[in-house]
Design a protein around this ligand. Structure first.
Ligand code: UDP
Length: 482
C-alpha cells in the first residue's frame, strides 16, 4: 500500500528532464536549476552522459549519483570511451561525439520514462544550449523545450549577430593580420541594446579566417536552436542587463532570468539543500578555507581561470611573477590540466618568495571562497558563472578573457558595471602587478569595490522574495504547470 501511495504522489509532480552539457561550467548551473525546480514541486530527471557520470563518480564516490525520491540521475551514451582522457584541448571531439551518439540514446530514455509507471509523465525538457540535438527529441515526444543559455545576456546578444556579421562581410577575417592591425577595433554600432561595441568585444569565434570554422558554425547553430525553443533561461538579472534583455524580448517568446542563480538557490531551496548532492568534476581542496581564515579581511586575490582555460608556460610565469611582485597574498587554483604540454610546475624561487602569502589549490569550492571575508578581488578568465558568483559576493574582478563570450563579459564589467579591470591578451608580469596593486591600493580599486558592493546588493534584491529573479522562478513554474 505504501508503494501505491508513493507512486500516486510522484505522479502528481510535474516532471522536468534536465540535460546539461558535460563540463563543469555547464553542469554546475544546471544542478542549481534542478534544485530550484525541485523546490517548486518538480520531479527531476537529471541526464548525465557517460563522460560526466564517470567524472562525477570519481570525485563524489559511488553514492554520489544516488538521487532521492523525486530526483533521479540517469545516463545516456556519448561514445566517449573509458580510455579517453578528454582535456580542454579536445572540446570539439567531445562535442562531436555527443552530437553523434546522444540523440538515439536520449530518445530511447525519454520514451522509456514516459512508459514507466514509477515516474510522472514528462512535462518539459530543459537543455543546455550546446545540446542542440535535444530539440528533435522534445518534438518527438511532444513536450515544450527550454534552453538554458548559460552565458550573459550580452554574450547571447553578441552571438545572435554572428550571421549578420558574416552577411555584412565583417567575418571571417580576410587574413591573420586582422588580429593585430587594428581591424578588431572596428565599431559595431547596430546591435540592439548594445552601444559602443567593437568587433573585439564580440564572441571569440569571430577571430577566424575560415568560413567553415567549427566553433563559428556550431555557435550559429546553437543560436538557431535557442531561437526555436519554447523558452529561454538565463543566469543574469533584470537590473544588471536591462537594456540587452529588453532587446532580447524581440527574439525570444519567453525569457526567464534566474540570476544570480547560486543566490536564488540559497534563498528558495536553502532548507532542502541536504537532499541534493554536491557534485563536481574535481576533488575540492578544503584546506584553502583554513588558509583563508588565517588571512586578514579584504587582503587576498583569488586567481582562477575556470574549468577549461589552458595557459602556455610563458603565460603561467608572467602571472606568477606579477602576483609575486604585487606583494599581496593570493589563492591560486591551478588545475592539473591547466598548462599546455603537461604539468604546471612553478619555479622554486617563486614558491620561496611568496611563501606565507600564497596558497595553491587544484580545485576549490569557488562560491565559498568568493564569499570569504578575506577575499578582496578575483583574477578571472571572465567565464559567466565566475562573473555572476563574483557579483553575488560583491568581489571586483580583474579580467583576462580569451574564449567564447568572455570578451563581452569583460567589456561590460569594465565599462558598464564598473567593477572590472582588464589584462591584455599578451600578459606581462608588469601589468599583472600593476592591476593587482591598483585594485588593492588605488583609487580605481576603491571605486570598483564600491560598484561591486552595489551589484551585490542588487543581486540580493533580485533573488529575494519580490525580486525579479525570484518572481521569474515562480512564473516559470506556473507556466510549465498551469
Ligand atoms: N569552479 C569551482 N572551483 C574552482 C574553479 C571553478 O567550483 O576551483 C567553478 C566555478 O564556481 C564556476 C565553474 O567552475 O561555477 C566555472 O564556470 P565558468 O563559467 O566561470 O567558466 P568555464 O569553466 O565554463 O570556462
Amino acid at each position: 500500500e505504501d508503494e501505491v501511495i508513493v507512486s500516486v504522489k510522484q505522479k502528481m509532480h510535474p516532471h522536468a528532464v534536465l540535460i546539461p552539457y558535460p563540463t563543469a561550467g555547464q553542469l554546475n548551473p544546471m544542478l542549481q536549476l534542478a534544485e530550484l525546480l525541485q523546490s517548486r514541486g518538480f520531479y527531476i530527471t537529471f541526464v548525465n552522459t557517460e563522460f560526466s557520470r564517470r567524472q562525477l563518480l570519481r570525485t563524489g564516490g559511488p553514492g554520489a549519483l544516488g538521487g532521492t525520491e523525486t530526483f533521479r540521475f540517469v545516463t545516456i551514451a556519448d561514445g566517449v570511451s573509458q580510455a579517453d582522457h578528454l582535456g580542454p584541448d579536445q572540446l570539439v571531439e567531445l562535442w562531436l561525439s555527443i552530437q553523434r551518439n546522444c540523440p538515439a540514446s536520449l530518445a530511447e530514455l525519454l520514451l522509456e520514462l514516459n512508459a514507466s509507471s514509477d515516474v510522472p509523465r514528462i512535462t518539459c525538457i530543459v537543455a543546455n544550449y550546446l545540446m542542440t540535438f535535444t530539440q528533435a527529441v522534445a518534438e518527438q515526444i511532444g513536450v515544450p523545450e527550454l534552453v538554458f543559455w548559460t552565458t550573459s545576456a550580452c554574450g547571447l546578444m553578441a552571438s545572435l549577430q554572428l550571421g549578420e556579421l558574416v552577411r555584412r562581410g565583417y567575418i571571417p577575417l580576410k587574413d591573420e593580420s586582422c588580429l593585430t592591425n587594428g581591424y578588431l577595433d572596428t565599431a559595431i554600432d547596430w546591435i540592439p541594446g548594445m552601444k559602443e561595441m567593437r568587433l573585439r568585444d564580440l564572441s571569440s569565434f569571430i577571430r577566424t579566417t575560415d568560413h567553415d570554422d567549427i566553433f563559428l558554425k556550431t555557435e550559429m547553430e546553437e543560436v538557431d536552436y535557442a531561437l526555436k525553443a519554447w523558452g529561454l533561461i538565463l543566469n543574469t538579472f533584470e537590473d544588471m542587463e536591462s537594456e540587452v534583455l529588453d532587446a532580447l524580448q524581440g527574439f525570444f517568446p519567453r525569457i526567464y532570468t534566474l540570476g544570480a542563480i547560486g543566490s536564488l538557490v540559497e534563498r528558495v531551496a536553502g532548507g532542502s539543500r541536504s537532499t541534493s548532492p554536491r557534485l563536481g568534476f574535481w576533488r575540492e581542496d578544503r584546506r584553502c578555507m583554513d588558509w583563508l581564515d588565517a588571512q586578514q579581511d579584504a587582503s587576498v586575490i583569488y586567481v582562477s581561470f575556470g574549468s577549461l582555460t589552458v595557459l602556455t608556460v610563458t603565460q603561467l610565469m608572467e602571472f606568477a611573477w606579477g602576483l609575486a611582485d604585487s606583494n599581496h597574498p593570493f589563492l591560486w587554483v591551478i588545475r592539473a590540466d591547466m598548462v599546455e604540454g603537461g604539468a604546471a610546475t612553478l619555479p622554486e624561487e617563486f614558491i620561496e618568495e611568496t611563501k606565507g602569502r600564497s596558497f595553491f589549490a587544484g580545485w576549490c569550492r569557488q562560491g565559498e571562497v568568493l564569499s570569504h571575508p578575506s577575499i578582496a578581488g578575483f583574477l578571472t578568465h571572465s567565464g559567466w558563472n565566475s562573473m555572476m558568483e563574483s557579483v553575488a559576493c560583491g568581489v571586483p574582478v580583474i579580467c583576462w578573457p580569451g574564449f567564447a563570450e568572455q570578451y563581452t563579459n569583460c567589456l561590460y564589467a569594465c565599462e558598464h558595471w564598473g567593477f572590472g579591470m582588464e589584462i591584455d591578451q599578451v600578459v606581462t608580469r608588469e601589468q599583472v602587478k600593476d592591476v593587482v596593486v591598483e585594485l588593492m591600493e588605488g583609487e580605481k580599486g576603491k571605486e570598483m569595490r564600491k560598484n561591486a558592493a552595489k551589484w551585490k546588493e542588487m543581486a540580493a534584491r533580485a533573488t529575494a522574495q519580490g525580486g525579479s529573479s525570484h518572481g521569474n522562478l515562480e512564473r516559470l513554474a506556473a507556466d510549465l504547470n498551469p
